[in-house]
Design a protein around this ligand. Structure first.
Ligand code: F6R
Length: 242
């Protein structure tokens, strides 16, 4: 696991943007794994700027998002599909038929998980997976206790995760209780992983990632077993790390 320490959120986003563009420009039909949440918003803004400058094209890019809420329609203002369109896809030349997110409104959620897993397999491996990390160490929506062998599955969201995400919803009660997420084994099959971590609220999680055990109690710890992980972390998130 390689750590790149940067001053702040902007610098983290710029560094991540360079890595993502380098990947897109190097690989013929790149497959990207994407995340939502606050962490990658700056990255997506920078990508749009570079797209407008003609430095990158998404014509040949295929994407798979990590997760989606259960029970929200694709176009719901809080769905991750809508987030991705508003924060990135609407502003670049990506072909929407190459965009994939699990369908949280599917009637048969188990079948949807299997379908998604199969789609990822058929696309070949994910070349670059972007990850954020929850304060409890979750990656995707794989909460503590999720088996490292997990594949795309339905999860019950932890109270702390619902609370953290309630900032996007009118009230806490409006935050879905379930989500579909790529599993930890699915994420670990990516050829390269880029974990972005910013801010003091993530300081404990970073300290545990660097100094703690590799344990299902702290899902992100498994990343230490992956051969090609880069963590871009800002000073705020490093305050507790040794
Ligand atoms: C989002 C995702 C989550 C977030 C994590 C951090 O697709 O999979 O694991 O990366 O909850 O969220 P933020 O970035 O909002 O702190």
């Amino acid at each position: 696991m390689e750590f790149i320490k940067v001053n702040d959120y902007q610098a983290m986003s710029e560094r991540a943007c360079s890595i993502m563009i380098e990947t897109i420009n190097r690989i013929k039909n790149p497959v990207l794994g994407l995340a939502t949440g606050s962490t990658p918003e700056g990255l997506y803004q920078k990508i749009i700027e570079k797209f407008n400058e003609g430095k990158v094209s998404f014509q040949d890019v295929t994407t798979f998002n990590l997760d989606e809420y259960v029970g929200l329609d694709r176009e719901d203002v809080n769905s991750y599909y809508r987030y991705m369109k508003e924060k990135l896809f609407n502003h670049v030349d990506i072909k929407l038929e190459r965009v994939h997110l699990p369908n949280g409104a599917a009637a048969d959620l188990e079948a949807e998980c299997q379908r998604y897993e199969k789609q990822i397999r058929q696309a070949g491996k994910i070349d670059l997976q972007i990850l954020g990390m929850g304060i409890n160490g979750h990656i995707g929506f794989n909460e503590p206790g999720t088996p490292f062998s997990s594949r795309t599955h339905v999860v019950e969201l932890e109270a702390s995760t619902r609370e953290a995400n309630s900032r996007f919803f009118p009230t806490l009660d409006d935050v879905p209780t379930q989500a579909l997420t790529m599993g930890i084994a699915t994420i670990m099959e990516s050829k390269e992983i880029l974990l972005l971590v910013s801010g003091e609220q993530k300081a404990e999680a970073i300290a545990r990632l660097t100094d703690g055990d590799i344990s299902e109690d702290f899902p992100a710890s498994i990343l230490r077993n992956h051969p090609n992980v880069t963590v871009i972390v800002d000073e705020g998130a490093m305050v507790l790390a040794k």
